[in-house]
Design a protein around this ligand. Structure first.
Ligand SMILES: Cc1cc2nc3c(=O)[nH]c(=O)nc-3n(C[C@H](O)[C@H](O)[C@H](O)COP(=O)(O)OP(=O)(O)OC[C@H]3O[C@@H](n4cnc5c(N)ncnc54)[C@H](O)[C@@H]3O)c2cc1C
Length: 418
């Protein structure tokens, strides 16, 4: 089949990879002149296969009032005259139950483990892929004793779901990551997961683009998709101005922008932007820079070493579609990273970036068919798009090809329980 993939972020590009591998003829379209210039550009670099629990969880509602009062909190909300924003928030609050959170976590873990094996397979079979990939392991550090005890209590449950993790006291945390040595007295402990990876999502995308082009996949970059329409017979068409874009089957991988473009077709998806920030710091002192992935649990900030750079990312702001850099949020992120790894590098030379996570209220992506028979979705991966990309792309390819899916994909059905 001729498949048109709309969006050249990590989701569109991995979709193109698995669709091409399944024998389809693929064209990828994006409004930017080069790939991965939006949310896939400078994310947290975590391939965080064992940490997929959605933001919507039983403990979150109690924290929200405190976060809203504190301008430096990990989460921020600015109310807008936007029905989609309010609807998303209501659905998010409804998803904050133990049952829903456990259901989403189980489904996401299955998808992330599928992703991990596909990603490792891809790396083995394509040695020219060059994207600072490291089997780094991940340490989540806790400053608060009660939060640490609660995380330790979760380990047995996580193990039943296939996660191999250990609890470490403060000294053992420093043994695993010596660059945290100056904070020994501040940690209650940490959870270490050896099977986590880190990598540069943007470099992954540009490497994959190169391989896709070499295999005959077509790219139409600098091409904005301006409308999706349906014609008699119930088939969708995609337009860039007056030009109809080619393809029998259409895959939507437009991140946050998917929501508005799908509406005229009567497809209402609960995907809304959760804005986040990152800093990319040039490393100066390797021994003072983490070599494993580190997460500061209370601040919800992640740290990943990408060669001679340190990537720091965090924040979840419900503030609409603006990608503008907010000085106060960036100053908070910088202050926190300087306190965590003060001698790692030159923070004054850090590159600042903001991106919009395409988030669903329940934290589960939408992968599969719509009521328009040639229109498919691969959207809504939220804070986990890099982590889930390979698995989601494989599921999408299986659905389009009419094959059985590798895992139970019911929870990801666009028409199901998104
Ligand atoms: C601060 C931050 C940290 C993160 N950290 C991590 C992490 O550590 N690990 C992880 O797994 N995930 C992380 N994420 C999430 C991850 O980056 C996203 O889930 C992922 O990049 C989404 O990919 P996407 O392809 O769906 O969207 P995008 O990368 O935004 O791609 C969508 C593409 O569609 C194109 N497009 C949009 N509208 C149009 C149009 N009308 N016409 C043509 N083209 C259009 C855009 O140009 C863009 O290239 C993070 C996100 C943020 C913001």
């Amino acid at each position: 089949m001729e498949v048109l993939v709309l969006g050249a972020g990590v989701i569109g590009l991995t979709s193109a990879w698995f669709l091409h591998a399944a024998g389809h003829s693929v064209t990828v379209v994006d409004r930017h002149p080069s790939v991965a210039r939006e949310t896939s550009f400078a994310n947290g670099a975590q391939l965080s296969y064992s940490y997929v629990a959605p933001l919507a969880g039983p403990g979150v509602l109690a924290k929200i009032p405190g976060w809203l009062m504190d301008g430096d909190a990990p989460m921020r909300f600015r109310p807008a005259l936007d029905i989609d924003q309010w609807r998303w928030c209501m659905q998010f609050m409804r998803a904050c139950t133990t049952e829903q959170s456990a259901r989403s976590t189980r489904a996401l873990l299955e998808l992330s483990f599928l992703s991990r094996s596909l990603m490792h397979g891809l790396i083995d079979s394509e040695p020219s892929l060059d994207f600072d990939f490291v089997r780094s392991g991940k340490l989540v550090v806790h400053r608060d004793g009660a939060a640490f005890e609660s995380a330790v209590g979760q380990l047995a449950f996580q193990r039943t779901l296939g996660c191999d993790q250990v609890a470490l006291d403060a000294d053992a945390c420093i043994d695993v990551e010596p660059a945290l040595g100056h904070l020994r007295d501040q940690f209650a402990g940490g959870i270490y997961t050896a099977s986590e990876d880190t990598a540069d999502c943007y470099r992954f995308c540009t490497s994959l683009e190169r391989l896709l082009r070499a295999r005959g996949v077509s790219f139409e970059l600098g091409t904005p998709v301006t409308a999706l329409t349906s014609r008699a017979g119930g088939r969708a068409e995609a337009w860039s101005g007056a030009r109809r874009l080619p393809g029998e089957q259409i895959v939507i991988a437009l991140g946050c922008e998917s929501t508005g473009l799908l509406k005229p077709l009567g497809i209402d998806v609960p995907v809304y932007p959760l804005k986040g920030y990152s800093l990319t710091v040039p490393v100066e002192t390797a021994s003072k820079t983490p070599s494993i992935s580190v997460t500061d649990f209370a601040r919800k900030v992640v740290y990943a070493r990408l060669g001679d750079r340190l990537r720091v990312a965090g924040m979840a702001d419900i503030v609409g579609y603006s990608r503008q850099l907010n000085r106060r949020r960036l100053a908070t992120l910088r202050r926190e990273s300087e306190a965590m790894f003060p001698d790692a590098g030159d923070y004054s030379a850090a590159e600042a970036w903001a991106g919009l996570r395409p988030a669903t209220p329940r934290g589960t992506p939408l992968v599969g068919a719509t009521h328009v028979r040639n229109l498919w979705l691969n959207i809504g991966h939220g804070a986990l798009g890099f982590t889930l990309a390979a698995g989601a792309a494989q599921l999408l390819g299986e659905r389009i090809g009419g094959r059985a899916t590798s895992i139970d994909a019911t929870l990801f059905e666009p028409g199901g329980r998104a």
